[in-house]
Ligand binder design. Structure first.
Ligand SMILES: [Zn+2]
Length: 454
């Protein structure tokens, strides 16, 4: 049930926590904010209220393989063995299944407190590798799923043309990802048409990686992007760094920063393996580092030096990437714990005197907004997009300690989520959760049969 006015016992505003905050909502926008006021009789009462978070990096179809890629194979399990399972799902999924899996994922994202997702979408072609008659078929399913879940979408169609550095021919397992530049231009135009006609949808461009895109193709994609966001996977794996050095004598980030017009519109996904000079280069360019802490941990990628980035004035966001789990709290916890394990210290990301949860939450929100080119704050004129928590079961926690308990503990999860004035989550459950979960269950039965995984 949506309400036209909300009263929060405490709310996280742009300049910090305030008590007794009353919001008036009008047409999906916050039309009034007052702090230090009593509730009116008609107000919906909430306990703690915070602005919502963007999830800058997702591959929706991979939600289907959560829990199915953890069995150890022969020899050493690596990113590359995980990728084999991922390709089995990628090769099996039809458009209806894509939509069902994405809808389940996006419902889970909203329940977790994400209000917008950057969908780095590369499953474009039909199962035989030929384009669908409508090249935007699979993208349309992503847009439909986001609409059903009520989550904002920055659709990032990915250009993927090669299997490794130097423009090597793609392999058969990659056939559903492949485009040439003319085909991609058609796809991008269809995505932009959808953005123009669907509320909450915007578009960027995603050169998949330096493995999958030649320098000439990268130039063409940057030109196609115009002023839209540009996202690229870079320096995730040590093998990728070694292959890049062999190809050109430079490391992936070193090459990218020297040869592409990287600026504040760019999101550099992972950036795990970087030198101090490369970190300085990212900060100087103003780009966002696209961290995906749970997936990076799951795949054994490595640990990004997040505290160094912040100390140097840089910016990071968080993404759920492979969607093996879906949570704001889980990503931020993994991010902080990876830093603590690497440095054998506590409270690594926070500045002195600050709560870890508050700094992680605020910094990731800032990075997510930059990467996805959107803005939500609790202020007049902003979208009515926020998350509420009920501290009734933990009344001794409030403000920053509540954020810390959410991120590092198990007792709290979002109670309510509003996106553009619509209440999508009430009492912790998405309004469309039931039918979406039922369709997802049916789809998983089909997919497991078709992939031969069970
Ligand atoms: Zn990714």
């Amino acid at each position: 049930m949506s309400s036209n006015s909300i009263h929060a016992r405490a709310a996280l505003l742009d300049d910090g926590w305030a008590e007794n905050v009353r919001l008036v909502l009008d047409g999906g926008v916050i039309s009034g904010v007052e702090a230090g006021v009593e509730a009116h009789a008609e107000d919906e009462r909430v306990d703690h209220l915070v602005p919502a978070m963007g999830n800058h990096h997702s591959h929706a179809f991979q939600r289907a393989m959560s829990g199915l890629a953890e069995k150890r194979g022969q020899g050493t399990d690596t990113f590359w063995t995980w990728r084999d399972v991922m390709y089995r799902f990628a090769l099996a999924m039809n458009p209806d299944q894509m939509e069902a899996v994405a809808a389940q994922l996006y419902v889970e994202m909203v329940e977790a407190g994400f209000c917008r997702v950057g969908e780095f979408h590369y499953l474009h072609n039909d199962r035989d590798g030929l384009p669908y008659a409508n090249r935007g078929e699979m993208s349309e399913r992503i847009v439909a799923a986001a609409g059903e879940a009520g989550i904002g979408l920055t659709l990032l169609p990915a250009f993927y043309a090669h299997s490794n550095f130097g423009g090597l021919a793609p392999n058969d397992g990659q056939r559903r990802f492949i485009n040439d530049l003319a085909g991609f231009e058609d796809l991008l135009a269809r995505c932009r048409d959808m953005a123009a006609t669907h509320h909450g949808v915007s578009v960027g461009v995603a050169p998949h990686s330096l493995r999958a895109v030649t320098p000439q193709e990268l130039d063409a994609l940057v030109a196609m992007a115009g002023d839209d966001p540009i996202h690229i996977h870079v320096a995730e794996q040590e093998k990728e760094v070694a292959d890049c050095l062999e190809w050109c004598g430079q490391r992936p980030l070193e090459w990218l920063l020297a040869h592409a017009p990287v600026n504040e519109r760019w999101c550099l996904i992972h950036s795990t393996h970087l030198t101090g000079d490369e970190l300085d280069g990212i900060v100087h360019a103003g780009a966002t580092v696209g961290l995906c802490p749970v997936t990076e941990g799951n795949l054994g990628d490595g640990v990004f030096p997040a505290a160094d980035l912040l100390r140097n004035g840089g910016r990071f966001g968080i993404g759920t990437d492979s969607n093996v789990s879906v949570g704001v709290a889980g990503e931020l916890r993994q991010l902080e714990y990876s830093q603590r394990l690497a440095q054998r210290q506590r409270s690594v990301v926070a500045r002195q005197g600050w709560s870890s949860g508050r700094v992680l939450f605020s910094e990731a929100r800032r990075g997510g907004q930059a990467a996805l080119n959107f803005s939500v704050d609790i202020e007049q004129g902003a979208p009515a997009t926020f998350v509420t928590f009920d501290s009734a079961s933990v009344p001794w926690l409030s403000r920053d300690s509540l954020l810390d308990a959410w991120i590092f503990g198990d007792a709290l999860r979002p109670d309510g989520v509003w996106i553009d004035g619509r209440q999508m989550v009430a009492e912790g459950r998405h309004v469309a959760a039931g039918p979406v979960a039922e369709r997802f269950r049916r789809t998983m039965t089909e997919l497991l049969r078709e992939t031969g995984l069970q």
